[in-house]
Ligand binder design. Structure first.
Ligand SMILES: NC(=O)c1ccc[n+]([C@@H]2O[C@H](COP(=O)([O-])OP(=O)(O)OC[C@H]3O[C@@H](n4cnc5c(N)ncnc54)[C@H](OP(=O)(O)O)[C@@H]3O)[C@@H](O)[C@H]2O)c1
Length: 209
């Protein structure tokens, strides 16, 4: 059985796909465009072409887990935040339930539980994450919700913290998020758990328990 990676061509997605593939986790990378395929095929990673605004059903065939690390990104407006970060996530969760997936692993965001605490510009995004997380918690699929802080492109240290109070600041490298996801897809006994994620000084296995 495979792990479907939604948002596989993203900055976290690509790093995660490489790590998971090397770690022996069978994955299927969901991407939007055929011209994104060569990067994956050169590494021996299976792809499926699908769009969160289109037909997604076939992407889930033969999968037993999904990782959602897609996002509309900072260069689009609240319309795409609604369609991708919220409704796209909801559609994937529904398909995961229909396909009886063992787990749905969501990349959410630190402080998504309190959208009005975010700066004005980020509030629609945080509200989308809040609602997607709430939908996942009540869905009939076991879940893990990972809530990274502000993402950076620092090299991964594989040392993290799940507590803002014990982290140096509110950031986490995309590499550390990718390593954490690679750990989570193999830690199959972790179900219905939520973790904040920041750069820190604990190993991922010690932090995500
Ligand atoms: N930025 C932050 O500080 C921050 C903090 C906490 C959490 N996050 C979360 O971290 C995750 C990913 O971060 P990242 O830096 O890897 O983002 P990224 O590089 O922008 O990757 C997002 C991916 O989503 C895909 N995507 C967008 N619209 C899609 C659609 N309609 N159908 C299918 N795929 C679609 C993109 O596809 P293309 O490659 O085709 O464009 C891209 O591969 C997101 O869930 C984001 O909400 C971000």
């Amino acid at each position: 059985m495979k792990t479907l990676v939604i948002g596989a061509n993203g900055q976290i997605g690509r790093q995660f796909c490489e790590l998971a593939h090397h770690g022996g986790t069978p994955i299927r990378a969901m991407i939007r465009h055929p011209n994104q395929q060569p990067w994956f095929h050169e590494r021996g990673i299976e792809t499926v072409i699908a769009d969160l605004e289109g037909d997604l059903r076939q992407a889930f065939n033969g999968c037993d887990q999904a990782v959602f690390t897609a996002g509309s990104g900072p260069h689009t407006g609240p319309d795409k935040t609604l369609l991708i970060d919220l409704y796209g996530a909801i559609r994937c969760i529904d398909l995961a339930v229909n396909a009886s997936l063992e787990r749905f692993i969501m990349v959410s965001a630190l402080r998504a539980s309190d959208p009005l605490a975010a700066p004005d510009k980020l509030r629609p995004y945080m509200a989308a994450k809040f609602a997607a997380d709430a939908y996942l918690r009540s869905a009939k699929v076991p879940h893990v919700i990972l809530k990274p802080g502000r993402l950076t492109d620092e090299a991964p240290t594989r040392q993290v913290s799940t507590s803002l109070a014990h982290a140096p600041d509110n950031t986490v490298s995309r590499g550390n998020v990718a390593h954490s996801l690679a750990y989570l897809v193999q830690a199959r006994t972790l179900k219905n758990r939520e973790f904040d994620l920041l750069d820190g000084d604990s190993s991922i296995a010690m932090a995500l328990v």
